[in-house]
Design a binder for this molecule. Structure first.
Ligand code: ASP
Length: 333
């Protein structure tokens, strides 16, 4: 009997070992988001297509970098640049309006392999805030600059500068005009399809072939925000975080994401709770945040990707070295 049990145990160990080996791991992986919120399924197909195209284009840019052995940091910066330049998303061109009818941009980037980080809040003239965040990370002894200091730091770089009006889009302007009447930071739907833009923000997370993780997030913040309001995005550990376990980028109601130090909580729960990325993200979305607060994208050190939200939708996409590609807006499509 003892002999039989020993044989069965050995066989089951061999088989469980095999099945683990059979799961191929991605050598590199990339996930992106273009904001979470109450995204109406009634959105016209033509517009839906524009969102999908914007997400696919950003994924393609990151794919080229990672496939050729480029760094996770380069991938997330270039991907976010592409989303910042796309007026559909609330970052860079297309950023929402503050209560004063201006644009104040926040961004952060983090290198999971060194815990180096760069963050900015209250930018008004930098065309691509994520690139400035990268320069802060690499060239400055500091991590986080705000307002006038952030603009002054930008003066010392050769990054492209623009008038604040560059960020203007008709849709965001109408959204802001409506919010003036409501005196609300959180907007109700105004245009049929702007419903989805209650939140915005763009982000990218990546694992490269060297096993390094990076996260980047860029945003115009929330419509009608007060002068000087800082959201979760540039707060390292809240809206943006990367370490040896995972790289995470958030979107949604910044105050809620900050209260729960959400991105860092996901990474810590994985590490100290010895749980998967999927479980850790689900925990924060269901046990810490409230329904409708937003969502996250993340990739872990083994190339697992997780993209979850507790809002109706989140513009998102992912790709990995195994050829798995996803571009989605709602839970099921
Ligand atoms: N989290 C961003 C903020 O609160 C907004 C967003 O994700 O759209 O600034």
């Amino acid at each position: 009997m003892k002999y039989l049990i020993a044989v069965l145990l050995t066989v089951s160990i061999i088989f469980s070992g095999c099945s683990e080996q059979e799961q191929p791991q991605a050598e590199w992986a990339l996930a992106i988001h273009g904001g979470a919120g109450t995204i109406s399924r009634d959105m016209p197909d033509s517009l839906k297509q524009q969102y999908y195209d914007g997400l696919r284009e950003a994924l393609r840019i990151g794919e080229i970098v990672l496939r050729d052995g480029g760094s996770a940091l380069d991938a997330v910066e270039l991907v976010v640049n592409s989303l910042e330049n796309n007026p559909l998303f609330n970052a860079g061109k297309g950023a929402v309006f503050t209560i004063d009818g201006k644009h104040e941009l926040d961004a952060a980037i983090m290198d999971g392999s060194t815990l180096a980080a760069g963050a900015l809040t209250g930018l008004t003239t930098v065309k691509n805030p994520i690139s400035l965040a990268r320069i802060v990370m690499e060239d400055s002894p500091h991590i986080f600059f705000s307002g006038v200091g952030a603009e002054q730091f930008a003066d010392g770089t050769d990054l492209e500068r623009v008038e604040n009006e560059y960020f203007f889009t008709e849709v965001r302007h109408r959204q802001w005009q409506r919010s003036q009447n409501d005196d609300a930071t959180n907007l109700e739907p105004m245009d049929e399809w702007v419903e989805g833009d209650k939140y915005g923000t763009v982000g990218a997370v990546a694992l490269d072939m060297d096993g390094k993780l990076a996260a980047a997030t860029s945003t115009g913040g929330m419509t009608n925000k007060q002068f000087g309001r800082v959201g979760d995005v540039p707060i390292i550990g809240s809206g943006t975080f990367a370490n040896h376990m995972a790289a995470i980028s958030a979107t949604g109601w910044g105050e809620q994401i900050m209260r729960n130090v959400s991105a860092n909580t996901i990474a810590n729960y994985m590490e100290f709770g010895e749980t998967s990325l999927e479980n850790a993200m689900n925990f924060v979305l269901t046990e810490r945040l409230n329904p409708g607060d937003g969502g996250f994208i993340a990739v872990d050190k083994d190339g697992n990707i997780s993209m979850q939200m507790n809002s109706q939708g989140m513009y998102r996409g992912s790709i990995n070295s195994l050829g798995e590609r996803v571009v989605m807006i709602w839970e099921e499509e």
